[in-house]
Design a protein. Structure first.
Length: 441
């Protein structure tokens, strides 16, 4: 299977499920809530990578219903639920039990339905199989694909030397870039109010506001200070940031693999190429993963006609995903990894290491060699289930093992990622790339 075929497969796996089943006669469970229960039961019993015991799932759901009632001051014996060969009949039992428990506790049926689904998911004893309430699913999505905000488009951190805040990143195309704010600028005041001693959230709230409004920002940089009026706009918090380092080395830190990350990555590499980058550091430290197809997209920027990964699902033959024949990046590459590099980030690190494209620098990665399918449910909830296990291109099983870097370097205390003066692992990666650049001259 080619990478583009996998992307279509992944889209099918993660597509919203429009479950609009009809409730059994006499069942007062709301239609969408009934859809949550039915679809969750179906997915858990048919798609989970490891075999599932339906009776154990129902026992967990039964106990959860009794516990939910107890929390509301109602003593309710766990309902007797029996798994049947007909899954619709099994789900009908569960629906009736949810309704009865909710009515006894004078509570919303959805609260009890969520408790039952959560318990069934946890009964698989897989920490990556998780049920999300609508609020939890919204937070999960925002972590990978942050919503746009009204602001000027900078990232900041405290500057211990001055007590103010220092700009660490300027978002390409954002209002801050248009008025020529730079990395390293010190923000001393916003709308005439000093920022000295304020924390990052406090200063960020001062910079944010309704798009189209103007904020006055006082800046101090080498050579003087100035006050700049900036018109706020809608900005997308980045999942990938870049900067140009010394000696022709570009740096891209991918913080998470969201849906927009490949486009952000392409924009970053394009900017670095325009600045004369001759080599690239790809920083995947503290990247807990995200969407598999985004990781494969970014991996394929470097790899041509080689394997990206092999995955296996319960009851199916193994499937190998290969890159297409048109890589867009041919620069020498080093990848920074640490113990928090996980999941989709490990897919990219493993693919580029095994295929001989990149040198891994840092510490052993987390070791998450399984993949989850995320399915939105009818009322805004969702369920994420481990449905596959994957191997790196050289058939290495990294699950619970991690990936060993080619060059092991301890992270220095108080490291500032992307700042070579305060980042020992980055300095080691740069030294390797400088040798490769010199060898090509």
């Amino acid at each position: 299977m080619r990478k583009r075929d996998f992307v279509r497969f992944a889209a099918l796996c993660t597509a919203a499920v429009l479950w609009l089943g009809v409730s059994p006669a006499g069942n007062a469970l709301p239609e969408q809530t009934a859809g949550d229960v039915a679809e969750s039961y179906r997915l858990l019993t048919t798609t989970a990578f490891n075999p599932v015991d339906p009776q154990a799932m129902l026992a967990a759901a039964s106990d959860a219903l009794a516990e939910q009632a107890h929390k509301r001051g109602v003593t309710l014996p766990p309902p007797s639920l029996r798994a049947q060969s007909d899954s619709d009949a099994t789900v009908a039992q569960l629906d009736d039990a949810i309704v009865a428990a909710a009515q006894a506790a004078h509570a919303e049926p959805s609260d009890f339905a969520y408790a039952a689904i959560d318990a069934m998911a946890k009964s698989l004893n897989d920490k990556y199989t998780v049920f999300f309430t609508p609020a939890e699913f919204k937070s999960f999505n925002e972590a990978l694909d942050p919503a746009t905000i009204g602001g000027i488009g900078v990232m900041i951190q405290p500057d211990p030397a001055t007590g103010f805040a220092r700009i660490t990143y300027v978002l390409p195309g954002a209002p801050a870039e248009k008025v020529h704010l730079q990395v390293g600028d010190i923000i001393t005041a916003v709308n005439g109010k000093t920022t000295k001693g304020l924390d990052v959230p406090g200063i960020s709230s001062m910079l944010r506001g309704k798009p189209g409004t103007i904020v006055s920002v006082a800046i101090s940089r080498a050579g003087g200070s100035s006050e700049i009026a900036i018109t706020r706009d809608n900005v997308q918090p980045p999942t990938a940031v870049y900067r140009m380092l010394g000696n022709g080395i570009g740096y891209v830190w991918v913080m998470a693999f969201g849906r927009s990350t490949p486009n952000e990555f392409d924009a970053a590499v394009s900017r670095l190429a325009a600045l004369g980058a001759k080599a690239l550091v790809l920083d995947l430290r503290n990247d807990g993963g995200g969407y598999v197809d985004s990781a494969l997209d970014i991996s394929s920027r470097f790899i041509a006609n080689k394997r990206l990964l092999t995955y296996e699902q319960r009851g199916r033959q193994n499937t190998t995903i290969r890159a297409d024949s048109n890589p867009s990046i041919v620069l020498p590459v080093s990848i920074l990894v640490n113990q928090y590099t996980a999941s989709a980030a490990e897919i990219t690190a493993g693919a580029l290491q095994d295929d001989g494209i990149a040198t891994l620098v840092g510490a052993k990665t987390f070791g998450k060699g399984v993949m989850q399918t995320l399915t939105p449910l009818p009322d805004g909830a969702a369920i994420k289930i481990t449905t596959a296990h994957y191997l790196t291109p050289n058939n290495h099983d990294i699950n619970l093992r991690g990936i060993m870097p080619d060059v092991s370097i301890l992270e220095n205390p108080d490291a500032r990622f992307g700042d070579a003066e305060h980042d020992a692992q980055l300095r080691a990666a740069m030294a390797l790339l400088q040798k490769k650049i010199a060898a090509k001259i």
